[in-house]
Design a binder for this molecule. Structure first.
Ligand code: PGA
Length: 250
């Protein structure tokens, strides 16, 4: 069966002193019944990966370039993330799609590069509030899944995160029925494209204002295999209870 995944996305937050949070997390959740992942800013990946060596905490990047190396000032390749100690990378987060104009083709190329570098890609999809209100959610999700995921994925190197844009950092969360509808739909789309074997091993995360107070009920929804957590992943005191809730649901 799929092992649940509690993933934290620190976004543009964290300096050296934040590494203490990781030490606490590792100490308090060494026996967690789920996988744990933190995606810190690139500046901390190497040190965090060293601190998490031989523990149950994995470390990931928040974005990568589609090419392996070259004249791309400020960018980081998937190979470099791997070299720094990352095992995962987020691709197509809505903040990349919106702030940096990333389209599905770009996300697909980055995801392919991640897989070729030996990383697990966490591909993010999600509708805007306008799209939800126009009842276009499932069409948007279908388009992003087919456009952003390359053909070569396996159940092991792909994770998909459903993150409604209007729920990110807002405190607003879809109803459990809305989350379940999208997650069931994503599973069926993946099955149709990749076959049941691959589709049933891909972990589907929910993301958007997940916190200790709502985690348990979200983890009870069908086809939710964990969470991608932003704000509530920055402190071990906030992320720990989410890890515990996921472990309890496993
Ligand atoms: P949030 O962010 O938990 O702060 O809403 C989630 C995300 O963007 O991954």
């Amino acid at each position: 069966m799929r092992r649940k995944l509690a993933a934290g996305n620190w976004k543009m937050n964290g300096t050296s002193e934040s590494l203490a949070e990781i030490d606490t997390l590792i100490k308090e959740h060494a026996e967690a019944g789920c996988d744990m992942l933190i995606c810190p800013p690139a500046t901390l990946i190497h040190r965090m990966a060293d601190a998490a060596k031989d523990t149950n905490l994995a470390v990931g990047g928040q974005d990568c370039h589609a090419e392996t190396s070259g004249a791309h000032t400020g960018d980081i390749s998937a190979v470099m993330l791997r070299d720094a100690g990352a095992s995962h990378v987020i691709t197509g987060h809505s903040e990349r799609r919106v702030d940096h104009g990333e389209r599905d083709e770009t996300v697909r190329a980055k995801t392919l590069a991640a897989i070729e570098a030996g990383l697990t890609a966490i591909v993010c999809v999600g509708e805007s509030l306008k799209e939800r209100e126009a009842s276009n959610t499932l069409d948007i999700i279908a388009g992003q899944l087919s456009g952003s995921i390359p053909d070569t994925v396996t159940g092991q190197n792909l994770v998909v995160a459903y993150e409604p844009i209007w729920a990110i950092g807002t405190g607003k969360v879809p109803t459990l029925d809305q989350i379940g509808e999208v997650h069931d739909y994503m599973r069926s789309r993946l099955e149709r494209r990749f076959g049941a074997g691959v589709a049933r091993s891909v972990r589907l995360l929910y993301g958007g204002s997940v916190k200790a107070g709502n985690a348990a009920e979200i983890f009870g929804v069908s086809n939710v295999d964990g969470a991608l957590v932003g704000g509530a992943s920055l402190k071990a005191a906030d992320f720990g209870p989410i890890v515990a809730a996921l472990s309890a649901s496993s």
